[in-house]
Each structure stands twice: as C-alpha cells, then as structure tokens.
Design a protein around this ligand. Structure first.
Ligand SMILES: [Zn+2]
Length: 265
C-alpha cells in the first residue's frame, strides 16, 4: 500500500500546470537573464497538463496548430509579449484569442533556452558538432549565452557548412572572412548572433556559427577575419524547445510534439 503522501502525487503523464510552471522556472533559471521576452507563463489555460506542444514562434498558425492538436501547453522560444505593453488588437488579438478559446497554456522561454547548459539551443548544437572544451561565448546583456570550443578535426569551410546543413536540413549562407579557409576553433550563437564577430576575433576563433545575418555586420566578418556560417534564425532555434520537451517527457512522462513552422530566415 502506498504511503499517504504518494496518494497526492499526480499520475505519471500529467502534471498540475502550476507545478510545471514552478519546475520550468527553476530548471531554466529564468531569473538569471535580462531579456525583453516576458519569459514564463504568458497565457494561463487548463490547470492540468498532459500534452505538450513546442515551437520556435507563436504565429497564429502555430497557436492554431497547438489548439487543433489538443495540446494543453505550448512552449515557444519566441512568445507573444516583448518588452513593451502591446494592445490586444488586430493579429495580436487573434493569437491571444486562439490560445484562450482553446484553454491553451502558453509559455515562453527565450534567452534562458539559448543559454541553458543541458537543453539550450547552443548546448545542443555544440553537442551535435562534438565541440571540445566548450567555454561561454557570445555576450548578451552582460551574460555569455553561447559556446566556443574546438572541433575534433579541422575541416574546410565548405565541408563544415555541409555538415551544418545536414544537421538543420537547410542550406547555410557562408561568408568566408576568415584568415584561414578551415574551421577549427568555433563559436556557436543561435539566432541573431552576428554582433559577436568582434568577440569571436578577440577569442581567436576562426569561425562563427549563428542564425541570421544582419547587413550592418557584413563587413565585420572580412575586416575582423572571421568566417561566418549563417544557418538560419529559425533553424538554429529548433533544438532547445525539442530538447526541453524531451526532458519533460523523461521527468514527468508528458507526451509532446514539435510544431514545425519554418520561416526560411
Ligand atoms: Zn530567436
């Protein structure tokens, strides 16, 4: 016969929403990061979570997909609320309304999910590329949220870009600004990381792998002498939410699915 306290535990495969929100806040160390994203539970839905959906963005399509799939909770890297008050009108209203009508909890994990040492976007990419001796890299509001290290073997820039393409399924944009055409010492910074080219150069990295190019950083690659491989903002940020969902499956037995709505950017 189970002890009395065991009787109050939820069955595996379901978790009270508030317990899950508390767990996520601690596991993701939400309070440690400055972030324009309103991280945490953004919209409160059903009080018990059994089915989780995860996505990179919270477009109307994504929210509708989560609602149609019967998810109780959507965890997104890019949530609905950023930095400043936003009237709930127009497309924003439609997004919020879709979640409310479906009783869908919406949870955002932005910078904490780039930086997380186990399930973060950068940790997952670094692991997939077998990055050795990783150290924090990629300053963001006073914290380093990416990783830098060495590849187990040097590769030509093209071979490296091909390897990244195999990982993400998308063709990379390559700016060969490096003094050397090979990749050995690499910085990884998911999303919009081109602003870290000077930091990469200062660390002696030959190559930066990031998501999305910005025009103002084009010349930096060539003048600071760093190769930059742009693998896509979306494509570099699918890893964290999927790893987090797998972690929640391990921990609580929750079923989950990834909602793939690529932007091509
Ligand atoms: Zn992002």
């Amino acid at each position: 016969m189970p002890a009395m306290s065991d009787l109050s535990l939820p069955a595996r495969g379901e978790v009270p929403r508030d317990q899950l929100v508390r767990y996520l806040g601690e596991y993701l160390n939400l309070g440690a990061f400055k972030d324009p994203s309103l991280n945490g539970l953004q919209i409160e839905g059903t009080p018990t979570v059994r089915r989780v959906a995860v996505s990179v963005d919270t477009s109307l399509k994504t929210l509708q997909h989560a609602a149609d799939s019967g998810a109780d909770l959507l965890i997104a890297h890019h949530g609905l609320f950023w930095g400043q008050p936003l009237p709930v009108t127009g497309p924003h209203r439609e997004r919020v309304r879709t979640a409310l009508m479906a009783d869908l909890n919406v949870y955002a994990a932005h910078i904490p999910l780039d930086a997380h040492p186990e399930v973060g976007n950068n940790a997952m990419i670094a692991r997939a590329l077998s990055l050795q001796n990783p150290v924090p890299f990629g300053e963001w509001a006073g914290t380093k949220i990416g990783l830098a290290g060495e590849l187990p073997f040097e590769q030509s820039l093209q071979d490296f870009a091909d390897r990244v393409q195999k990982l993400t399924g998308e063709i990379c944009l390559v700016h060969g600004g490096g003094r050397s055409p090979t990749v050995g010492r690499l910085g990884v910074l998911s999303g919009s990381g081109a602003g870290s080219i000077p930091e990469a150069a200062a660390l002696g990295l030959d190559t930066l792998l990031t998501g999305e190019p910005e025009h103002k950083h084009f010349h930096d690659a060539f003048e600071y002498g760093v190769n930059v491989v742009y693998a896509g903002h979306y494509e570099t940020e699918v890893f964290g939410v999927r790893a987090l969902a797998a972690h929640l499956e391990d921990r609580f037995g929750l079923s989950w699915q990834f909602l793939h709505h690529p932007t091509g950017l």
